[in-house]
Ligand binder design. Structure first.
Ligand SMILES: *Cc1c(COP(=O)(O)O)cnc(C)c1O
Length: 313
């Protein structure tokens, strides 16, 4: 399902547009909804009686997968790290969808997944496993398709984006977009603003996802091309996952007031802030820029008290 692109604002003489993945029409949307749609196509085609995935209590991925499983009445098992298990709107929704959650210390997550898969097989409930965050070729393909939507928009509207910015976590979303760019031989810059990982590791994971996807699709794009087109900026991760400086709240407040668009502090608000800083730092001017709003609306409500405090200042 295609999501809309609309103009947001001008910034430093650039025209900023936004693609609203947050408005994908399933369970508050977001990039995890686009990825999950493809995973469930596989599930619907195959002979599966259970689903296993993992993520924290604030995981957008787990919320969407839980809803898609519930809609099909397929039992859904989520392995969740004890270290990040506080109640959030996403975890409340997971409960509503009746998932079976196994909370274990993060060091035991891997083994618990293996055990759960084994148990389900033994019970003749053939499990379908989805990696955390929808990482892997199927998730990458979802965002190669999203890239095609962007191209269709550009052709229709005669409006070409010289930059695309997005929040990058596991890097699958970015990998998909860059695959689209490489396969179309397009000259533009896709900039992933890291929300947690530092380089060189962060960039290398995105490159590996691109490499794997292209190899599995028999494409002969060189490692050098992949390296050159993977821009993974780790300047705005602050203290890592979930940590951000106070300017992010201020910005979230402004975007909500001015444009009526919710942004969460862990992903989208943090990346939007990073994008503006990057534009300043790199003296980018006179360009058409697209920001991919990757969702996370329930997280916006988790943080609304902090944003409200900012609004009262
Ligand atoms: C998971 C997530 C991301 C990061 O996507 P990756 O494909 O893991 O890089 C960005 N924004 C939101 C709202 C997310 O939930």
């Amino acid at each position: 399902m295609e999501t809309i692109i609309h103009k947001l604002c001008e910034y430093q003489n650039n025209r900023i547009f936004i693609k609203r993945e947050d408005l994908l029409p399933f369970c508050f949307g977001g990039n995890k909804a686009r990825k999950a749609e493809l995973f469930f196509k596989e599930i619907d085609k195959g002979n599966y009686q259970s689903i296993v995935t993992y993520g924290s209590s604030s995981s957008n991925h787990c919320r969407v997968v839980a809803n898609m499983a519930a809609a099909r009445e397929i039992p859904c098992y989520i392995i969740s790290p004890l270290e990040s298990s506080k109640t959030t709107f996403n975890s409340i929704l997971m409960k509503l969808f009746n998932v079976k959650i196994k909370v274990v210390p993060v060091k035991d997550v891997h083994d618990t997944i293996d055990e759960t898969l084994k148990e389900l097989k033994a019970q003749k409930l053939n499990p379908y496993f989805i990696a955390g965050g929808g990482h892997g070729d199927i998730g990458t393909r979802a965002y190669e398709e999203c890239y095609s939507e962007i191209k269709a928009y550009e052709k229709r509207e005669k409006n070409y984006f010289e930059y695309i910015f997005l929040a990058s976590g596991t890097g699958t979303t970015q990998a998909g977009l860059v695959c689209g760019q490489l396969l179309n031989n397009d000259n533009r810059k896709i900039v992933g603003i890291s929300i947690a990982r530092k380089n060189p590791y962060g960039k290398s994971v995105v490159e590996e996802s691109i490499h794997q996807y292209l190899r599995n699709n028999q494409s002969l794009i060189s490692q050098k091309m992949i390296r050159q087109n993977t821009v993974f900026i780790d300047d705005y991760v602050n203290g890592g996952y979930g940590s951000h400086n106070n300017c992010v709240h201020e910005l979230i407040k402004t975007v909500m007031y001015q444009y009526g668009i919710p942004m969460d502090e862990t992903y989208v608000g943090k990346a939007f802030y990073g994008m503006l800083k990057y534009i300043e730092k790199e003296n980018i001017s006179g360009k058409n820029i697209l920001f991919l709003h990757t969702g996370g609306t329930p997280l916006f409500f988790d943080n609304i008290k902090a944003v409200e405090k900012e609004a009262l200042k």
